[in-house]
Design a protein around this ligand. Structure first.
Ligand SMILES: [Zn+2]
Length: 220
């Protein structure tokens, strides 16, 4: 599936449209119908003419992961979560989905069992995802304490060689993947905060990318 990796193909207009629709619908239940209707609207937009139609599950995944990303970099006076009417999630664990290899916050542990290889598994409800995304994962391999976002003035905590998770957008998804820090360009901070640049390498495919601090979370 990694051969599909490339930048998400939402246009800027579509992203703006999504943000507006989400703000308008902040009190509506975010069920399957909601995302299907949203996707229909996005696909009808003229900017998508000639491109492959989006699927509602792609739209939902992208929105929920983007929201998590925005929440993790939220400042005390951040406006985005205020607009969304939500607070910083209190999550203690993250789990690795076998569907895409990304790490997602755990909302609840629903059940447990031993599989045929005597490995302890838990049924996970992912934060911001519904029941149809519940997943059995092997606890030893795919559950761990949640990674921690880094404040702008604490970027010195990130060092070359560190294990981190890095937010990565793809055509069909956007989520956090395991990565290691290869190189750091320390830069003078300004009013916007940390301007340092971090060269990271994703563990699963060895692809390297230079990213800003806000896309990285440290391992506790
Ligand atoms: Zn910095």
């Amino acid at each position: 599936m990694w051969t599909l990796r490339k930048r998400l193909q939402f246009t800027d207009d579509e992203i703006k449209q999504l943000e507006v629709l989400l703000m308008e619908a902040k009190d509506e239940p975010k069920d399957t119908k909601f995302y299907q209707n949203l996707t229909t609207k996005i696909n009808l937009a003229s900017a998508r003419t000639g491109k492959k139609a989006l699927q509602w599950i792609q739209v939902r995944r992208w929105i929920l992961n983007k929201k998590k990303h925005l929440l993790t970099k939220e400042k005390p006076n951040g406006s985005i979560s205020d607009k969304l009417g939500e607070n910083q999630p209190k999550v203690e664990f993250e789990a690795k989905s076998a569907n895409d290899g990304g790490w997602y916050d755990v909302a609840r542990f629903l059940s447990h069992r031993f599989n045929d290889h005597c490995q302890f598994e838990c049924l996970i409800r992912y934060e911001n995802f519904g029941t149809d995304e519940d997943e059995w994962v092997i606890v030893k391999e795919a559950v761990r304490r949640r990674s921690v976002p880094i404040d702008s003035d604490e970027c010195y905590r990130v060092a070359v060689g560190d294990h981190v998770i890095c937010f990565h957008e793809m055509e069909s998804n956007a989520c956090y993947f395991d990565a290691h820090v290869m190189e750091i360009q320390r830069k003078r901070h300004d009013i916007r905060g940390c301007r340092c640049r971090f060269l990271i390498r994703y563990d699963h495919d060895s692809v390297q990318e230079t990213v800003s601090l806000e896309r990285i979370c440290c391992r506790p």
